[in-house]
Design a protein around this ligand. Structure first.
Ligand SMILES: [Zn+2]
Length: 521
C-alpha cells in the first residue's frame, strides 16, 4: 500500500485539482505569500541558488545568454515528434548545433522506440507520470522511470526532471520527487511580468529555502517550505498580452485568444510572444519558455485542426528570436546545467552541455540502439490492442502499468529474449539482441547511477530492475513486481473514493491529450 498519510495529505486539495487545467488567469504568488528568505552567503552554486530575478553567479545581464526553453508534454508518437521537428529541426544555435528540447513523457499511447531515438539524438526525456495523473501517487512517478528504462533504454540517471500532469502538484509531490532522486521539477508558474515590481519570474533555484512560486495556488507551499536541499525548481514563465498581469498565457499560447478578444488571432499572439521576450531580454534575461502539447500543432494526426498560419507564426517568432544576439534554444536540463555553472556569453561555445551530441557509431552496424540507420528492421512490434508500440528491448507480456512497470518479457516465436540496457553501457552502444556493449573507448564509457526506487528502499540501477542478479539477464524479471521502497502498488479498488475521481480525470485527460481534444493539460 502507498502510505495513507500521502493520500490523506492531498485529499483536501482535490477540489483545486479538479478545477485546475494547467492554465492560469492571474498571479499565482505574491511577495507576502512567498515569505521567502535565502542566505546568499551560504547558498552557493553549483548545488544551491537563491530564488532571484538576477542572473545566477553574479553575471551582468549583458553577459548572460537569452535562453528559450522548448518543452513538450504527454505521449511520444511519430506525429508528436513531427510536430516538434517542424519548429526545431531546421535551426542551429550560435555554436552551430541543432537545438535540443525536453519531452515530459507519459506512457499511454507512447511508442517506446521513438523515445529511444529522441533521447539518443540528444534530447532530454523527463517524467510526466505513467498514466497522466495530477498530484500523482509514487508508483505513477517511479513506474515511469522503470518503464522508460526497460522499454526505451533510457538510463535511470538521465531522467532528472518532472512536470505534473495538469500542472497539479502538492508539497508532497515535491518531497517525493526529491526522495526518488530527481534533480528538478518544472510545474510551477512565474505569473507576474518581469516589468512589474513584484514579479515572480525567478531564475531556476534550489529549494534549500523553500519555494517562492505558486504560493497562492498550492496549499502548504512557500514561507520556507518545502526545504529540499539540492532539488531545483524551474518555473514556467508565463507570456503576457497587452493586459499585462491580467493577460497571462502559459502552455500552448497559440490556442488562446489574446488581449481579451474572443477568437484566436495569430498576429496578436506573435505580438505578445515578442513583447514578453523583449522584456526578458532587455531586463535581467530570465529565460522564456515555449511549453507545447505537440498534438495541438501536429499536421499529421487524424482530425488535426491547426492552421498553417499558426505553424508559420510560431516559426516566425523563433526566427525573430534567433536574430536577437546570444539567443539559445535549449532543453530544461541544459538550462539547469548552465544555471549551476553560469559561464558568460564569451565562453558559451566551449560549454559542454550545449555542444553537439552525436554518438560515433558505425552507420553500417546492425544494432538496435536508437539510431534509425542502425536499427532498421530490428525493432520488436508489441501488438497491444490499446496502444501498440515498437521497442528494441523485447515486448513485455503486458503493457507496463503503475502496479507492474517492468512486466516479464514475452518470448518471441524464435525463443529469443532481448537484453535490456546494462548499467555500464550507454544507449547507442548497447546491443540488446546480443547483450553486449560495443563501446571500446573512454569517450563512450558510461555508468548508470542507482536510484532509490527499489524494494525496501534499495537503490537500483536499470539492470537490477529487470533481473535477479547479473545485470543483463533478459528473462529474470520478477512477477509480480515488488516496487518502490517496499510499499508495493496500491490496488485501485482500495483507493479512497476521492482518488478514483482524480484517477479517472487523469485517464480522461490522457485520452483527450492523445486524441487532440481542445482541453489542455
Ligand atoms: Zn500532460
Amino acid at each position: 500500500m502507498v502510505s495513507s498519510t500521502l493520500f490523506a495529505a492531498f485529499l483536501p486539495l482535490l477540489g483545486f485539482v479538479l478545477a485546475q487545467d494547467g492554465s492560469i488567469t492571474g498571479p499565482t504568488s505574491s511577495a507576502a505569500a512567498a515569505g521567502y528568505s535565502c542566505d546568499a552567503t551560504k547558498c552557493k552554486l553549483p548545488d544551491c541558488n537563491c530564488a532571484s530575478t538576477d542572473p545566477p553567479g553574479g553575471l551582468k545581464p549583458e553577459d548572460t545568454p537569452m535562453f528559450v526553453v522548448f518543452t513538450a508534454d504527454d505521449a511520444v508518437q511519430s506525429y508528436t515528434l513531427d510536430a516538434v521537428n517542424q519548429f526545431l529541426a531546421q535551426r542551429k544555435n550560435p555554436n552551430g548545433c541543432q537545438p535540443k528540447m525536453t519531452y515530459y513523457t507519459s506512457l499511454n499511447f507512447t511508442n517506446y522506440t521513438l523515445v529511444t531515438d529522441w533521447y539518443v539524438a540528444g534530447n532530454e526525456i523527463a517524467d510526466h507520470t505513467m498514466t497522466h495523473v495530477g498530484t500523482p501517487p509514487e508508483n505513477e512517478v517511479s513506474g515511469n522511470l522503470v518503464a522508460l528504462n526497460q522499454l526505451a533504454g533510457i538510463p535511470l540517471k538521465s531522467i532528472q526532471g518532472f512536470r505534473a500532469p495538469f500542472l497539479n502538484y502538492s508539497v508532497d509531490t515535491l518531497k517525493m520527487l526529491a526522495s526518488l532522486g530527481f534533480t528538478y521539477d518544472s510545474s510551477s508558474s512565474a505569473s507576474v511580468p518581469v516589468t512589474d515590481d513584484d514579479t515572480d519570474a525567478f531564475w531556476p533555484y534550489s529549494l534549500d529555502y523553500g519555494m517562492a512560486n505558486d504560493c497562492l495556488a498550492v496549499e502548504g507551499l512557500c514561507k520556507g517550505e518545502p526545504k529540499l536541499p539540492g532539488f531545483w525548481e524551474l518555473p514556467m514563465y508565463a507570456l503576457f498580452d497587452n493586459r499585462g498581469v491580467d493577460g497571462p498565457h502559459l502552455m500552448d499560447p497559440w490556442l488562446d485568444a489574446a488581449n481579451g478578444e474572443t477568437a484566436v488571432n495569430d498576429t496578436a499572439t506573435l505580438e505578445y510572444l515578442k513583447s514578453t521576450f523583449t522584456a526578458h531580454y532587455n531586463g535581467k534575461r530570465q529565460p522564456l519558455g515555449l511549453y507545447t502539447h505537440p498534438i495541438h500543432v501536429s499536421r499529421s494526426v487524424p482530425g488535426t485542426t491547426v492552421t498553417n498560419s499558426t505553424i508559420n507564426m510560431i516559426n516566425a517568432f523563433l526566427d525573430w528570436a534567433q536574430e536577437q544576439p546570444n539567443t539559445w534554444i535549449v532543453s530544461s536540463i541544459q538550462l539547469l546545467e548552465w544555471v549551476r555553472n553560469p559561464v558568460p556569453i564569451s565562453q558559451l561555445d566551449s560549454f559542454a552541455p550545449l555542444k553537439c551530441s552525436t554518438p560515433s557509431v558505425d552507420s553500417s552496424l546492425k544494432i538496435c540502439n536508437g539510431i534509425p540507420q542502425n536499427e532498421n528492421g530490428l525493432l520488436a512490434h508489441c501488438a497491444f490492442p490499446d496502444f501498440p508500440f515498437y521497442t528494441c528491448y523485447g515486448c513485455p507480456q503486458e503493457p507496463p502499468s503503475p502496479a507492474q512497470p517492468a512486466p516479464p518479457q514475452a518470448t518471441e516465436s524464435g525463443g529469443q529474449t532481448r537484453f535490456r540496457l546494462a548499467a555500464n553501457c550507454s544507449t547507442p552502444f548497447w546491443d540488446p539482441i546480443k547483450g553486449e556493449c560495443i563501446c571500446n573507448s573512454a569517450t563512450c564509457a558510461f555508468t548508470d547511477q542507482s536510484r532509490p526506487i527499489g524494494p525496501n528502499g534499495a537503490n537500483l540501477t536499470g539492470d537490477q530492475v529487470s533481473s535477479t542478479g547479473d545485470g543483463t539477464d533478459a528473462s529474470a524479471t520478477s512477477n509480480p513486481y515488488v516496487p518502490f521502497n517496499g510499499n508495493g502498488a496500491a490496488p485501485l479498488a482500495s483507493l479512497p473514493a476521492g482518488l478514483w475521481a482524480a484517477t479517472v480525470v487523469g485517464v480522461v485527460g490522457a485520452l483527450a491529450g492523445a486524441y487532440g481534444a481542445v482541453a489542455r493539460f
